[in-house]
Write a protein that binds this ligand. Structure first.
Ligand SMILES: [Zn+2]
Ligand SMILES: [Zn+2]
Length: 99
């Protein structure tokens, strides 16, 4: 079972929580590394990476249609949804991160 972890951002040195649900999310996306940066530095880097084609390859992954378990909205996720785990739209997922 995953547990919340405290990590230190390698960019700004801030402590941030790598939550159990984020760890599951990473695992489902096939990421094996822990995030090295806090969410705000990650968001900043994503912004910086826009426009560089090679960094956009993740957008070409196969997308799966799902219905958000929280609000019922139709959305797409880059991993195969499993029936024993609720899938959320982007909005609900970011809200859930707090728990
Ligand atoms: Zn940071
Ligand atoms: Zn939703």
């Amino acid at each position: 079972m995953s547990q919340d972890k405290s990590l230190t951002c390698r960019d700004c040195g801030a402590e941030f929580v790598f939550t159990a649900s984020e760890q599951d999310f990473f695992a489902e996306k096939g990421f094996t590394n822990e995030p090295g940066r806090c969410p705000s530095c990650r968001a900043a880097r994503k912004q910086n990476n826009r426009g560089f084609g090679r960094n956009n390859s993740f957008q070409q992954r196969e997308m799966h249609d799902v219905t958000c378990a929280a609000c019922g909205a139709q959305t797409q996720v880059p991993f195969r949804p499993s029936s024993d785990r609720p899938v959320y739209c982007r909005d609900c997922f970011s809200q859930n991160k707090r728990y």
